[in-house]
Ligand binder design. Structure first.
Ligand code: PLP
Length: 352
């Protein structure tokens, strides 16, 4: 089958670009002695998790237990869950998972730690925990280095847990601040008599600067495998690196300045990532995707340009690729225009 035989709208993965993106990041990490633990929330494919491990990754990162269960079922044995696990149902699933793979988790409060400890106190192997630090992104994470040391101490005291280190999802392009924060947190732990074996950071925008923070032992990039319009806007590579694109068909030209494609919010998602428009049209870069209905993409054809005809196919680089992969059961992958695989997105929709 050829790429032109695929029905639209559909995402299409370019395997050569995926392999290039994976190996480039791994080579960089190897050169700098940083362990790479890719986040699978971008691709949600066991096949690509295995590709990343074969390339040299030390393990994978998942956001949700459901994602980790899918990856464990696919034979992956080293998993970090980078999300606070709260509530009886999830804790019981976590315990079952920890009996079959090497599992680490994060926590940023006493309440989360006590839930983990109660669940794991009777287990043979203690659960390794990293304390999540808010180094400026303002999402989860302990607010001060001193509070990190206090929680690290609590981990060493609670039954069923072992202290593994620190984790952060840092603000973009603020490496010196993040490094200063992590250094202060490690020093506070050491003053409390606690060794910090691992410091895990992440994010694609600063991937190729990870080595500038010499305390970081592990890095968790996710979007780098496909990249997207938002990553390029943040300075990561170029649009040519984007390995997942959406093929759509022009279904209407109701006015000279308007073109409607068959990719709406159910295909592109309505997540703009702060950019103007909902994606970059490769063949018509001057034509903006200015609005979305569920099934319709509303494009503006600028004055003086002809724009595409009804029936023409266009290729779109999405603003945020991780949400696009959550919208499709199956995604074709091509090499040199030929369809080489049809992947089932096994970890899509695993939000629990
Ligand atoms: C905890 C955590 N680590 C790593 C990543 C990967 O970030 P990126 O997709 O920018 O590479 C994310 C993304 O949301 C994340 O939440």
């Amino acid at each position: 089958m050829n790429i032109d035989d695929l029905d639209t709208p559909t995402p299409v993965i370019d395997l050569d670009l995926v392999e290039k993106n994976v190996h480039r990041a791994q080579d960089y990490a190897n050169r700098h002695g940083i362990a790479l633990r890719p986040h699978i929330k971008t691709h949600k494919l066991p096949e690509f998790a295995h590709l990343q491990l074969r390339a040299g990754a030390c393990g994978i990162t998942c956001q949700k237990i459901g994602e980790a269960e899918v990856m464990a079922d696919a034979g992956i044995t080293d998993i970090l869950i980078s999300f606070n696990i709260v509530g009886r149902a999830k804790l019981e699933r976590l315990r079952s998972l920890a009996r079959r793979v090497s599992l680490k988790v994060v926590a940023d409060s006493e309440a989360v730690l006590r839930g983990l400890s109660e669940t794991f106190s009777g287990e043979m192997r203690p659960l390794p925990v990293l304390i999540e630090c808010d180094t400026g992104a303002g999402r989860c994470g302990v607010a001060t280095p001193e509070a990190v040391a206090a929680l690290a101490k609590l981990v060493t005291e609670l039954p069923g847990l072992s202290f593994r280190g620190l984790m952060t999802y840092p603000p973009k392009h603020r490496l010196p601040d993040v490094a200063g924060w992590l250094e202060a947190a490690r020093a506070a732990c050491r003053r409390a008599g606690i060794d910090v074996p691992e410091i895990s950071s992440g994010g694609t925008p600063d991937l190729y600067h990870a080595h500038e923070q010499n305390m970081v032992t592990e890095y968790r990039p996710g979007t780098y495998i496909y990249s997207d319009r938002s990553q390029v806007a943040q300075g990561h590579g170029t649009l040519e690196d984007c390995a997942l694109r959406i093929v759509a068909t022009v279904v209407s030209r109701p006015a000279e300045d308007r073109c409607i494609i068959d990719a709406g919010s159910k295909t592109l998602s309505s997540d703009t990532q702060g950019l103007s428009g909902f994606g970059h049209i490769v063949e018509y870069p001057q034509m903006g995707i200015v609005g979305l209905s569920e099934e319709h993409g509303h494009c503006h054809v600028p004055p003086g340009s002809k724009g595409p005809e009804v029936g023409e196919r266009v290729t779109i680089i999405p603003n945020h690729v991780c949400v696009v992969t959550n919208l499709f059961d199956r995604i074709p992958a091509v090499r040199n225009g030929r369809v080489e695989a049809m992947f089932t997105v096994a970890a899509r929709g695993k939000v629990q």
